[in-house]
Every structure is written in structure tokens, then in C-alpha cells.
Design a protein around this ligand. Sequence first.
Ligand code: NAP
Length: 248
Amino acid sequence: MKLKDKVVLITGGTSGIGFEAARLFRDEGAHVVVIGTNPARLTSAASELGGDVLAIRADLRHPADIDAAIKETIAKFGRIDIVYANAGAATAAPFDEVTSEQIDEQFALNFKGLFFTVQKAAPYLSAGSSIVVTTSFLNEVGAPGLSILSATKAAVRSLVRSLGAELAPRGIRVNAVSPGPIATPFHGKLGLSAEQVEEAASGLQASVPLKRLGQASEVAKAALFLASDDASYVTGAELVVDGGLTQI
Ligand SMILES: NC(=O)c1ccc[n+]([C@@H]2O[C@H](COP(=O)([O-])OP(=O)(O)OC[C@H]3O[C@@H](n4cnc5c(N)ncnc54)[C@H](OP(=O)(O)O)[C@@H]3O)[C@@H](O)[C@H]2O)c1
């Protein structure tokens, strides 16, 4: 078991990539804490994961919610060994229709929420701990309608290097996993019609050298590598899991 008795905090652990990571990390021996906002998804994730899983409702756009979630985690498990800061969401819009509120909203979750999750968890991490974040293939390619999501992910990519430098003296590694187009509920929440989502998915699928969408479990395996001691000499890096989309 790669994560035996490790305490792992996974934001966005109730759906898609985060949920598959929670399942995999649990199977590798971890005590898992999942964070999300939707009560039904929290209940269902907790019951599917079973065991001593802790499911916490917290809106990461609000630093007070992050404080409360960390406090609850420490009250139950006493420490944190691994943070997988993965929660993210987006609203698609052509650049001439993007509003100030949309920019604030997406940065509030994808960048600030992630930043404060790491900042507030950091005091409870010790040497050998690992932080993994989820970026995106959108760091590397331009996609119409996704300028703000892409900018948030580019900011997170940069943050991985900065935090990697700041936390290296404490023996804490910081890395990113960068998914390509993955079959999860994410695309259905972009504010597009089902037809537009379908069209975008087939376009992307055709552009991916491996000619298919990825599975959440395939990203979870890369996150496991970065989270575990298998990656003990890896920090500041971004592991790309995108079927070759940004690489070939
Ligand atoms: N799917 C893709 O093609 C793809 C590609 C590249 C990168 N990514 C990135 O992968 C990460 C996971 O996405 P996914 O595809 O697994 O999507 P998903 O299935 O929609 O999962 C998103 C998760 O984030 C949580 N979340 C959303 N808003 C939140 C908030 N304000 N506070 C706390 N938690 C919140 C959701 O919980 P609730 O629903 O309970 O709020 C859910 O657990 C995201 O950062 C996304 O940008 C995805």
C-alpha cells in the first residue's frame, strides 16, 4: 500500500477526478477527507467511500469555510500528510461577454480557494508531506470561450513552482497533475447547452492523439504517484495526463 495510514485532504473529492482519487487513495491505505459543496454528493461520496472517511461541506471561495474544514480534519485525524487541491469550476463565455463577476468567481475558487487550502493546511504538514494540485491542458493551448478558466489554471501552474520553492526547506513537495479532456460532470457545469458540450467533446476527442476522452481514474493514478513516496525526488513539476493533446 502506497499511502498506508496517511491522512489525505482532497478538495472536490465528491465528484469526477477528486472522487476517483479518494477511492484510489483509500484503497492504498489512506484516511480520506473529501470536501465539496453539494450535500447530496457529499452524502453519496461518504457512503461509497465508507470506512472512516470524513466528508466536509465547505465552499472554498470563503476562507472561513477552509478554516473550519481544516479544524474538523485535525479534530478527527490530528494531522494532514497529503493535500490534493483539486476542486475547480468554470463558466464558459466568449471574451467580449466575460463579466467582472465571472472573473472574480472563477479566481475565487480555482486560484484563491486552492491557495488558501494549501496555506491553511501547511502548518499541519511535516517533512515528507506532499501537496498535489490539479491544473489543466488549458495551460498550454488556447480554447475559445475558456479564457478565464485557462488563466486560473496558468496561475496555479505558476503557484506550484513558487510554493515548491517556499516549502522545499521543510521537506514538503508540491506538484501538479494536468488533465486533458476527461469524462466527468465538469463540462456539464460550464453553462453550455448539452449540444454545445457534445460538439466540444467530439472536437477535443478528434484532436487527442489517443482519440478518446480520458477517465477520471487515469488522472487519479498520476495524482497518486505525485502524492506518494514514489515521487520523493519530484517537486515543482506538472505531470500531464492528456492523451498527448499538448505534447505531440
Ligand atoms: N474534466 C476535465 O476535462 C478537466 C480537464 C482539465 C482540468 N480539470 C480540472 O480537474 C478538477 C476536477 O474537475 P472534475 O472534472 O473532476 O469536475 P467535477 O466532477 O465537476 O468535480 C468538481 C469538484 O469540485 C467541487 N467544487 C466545485 N465548486 C466548489 C466550491 N466552491 N467549494 C468546494 N468544492 C467545490 C465539486 O463539489 P460540489 O459539486 O459538491 O460543489 C466537485 O467535487 C478541476 O479543477 C478542473 O478544472 C478537469
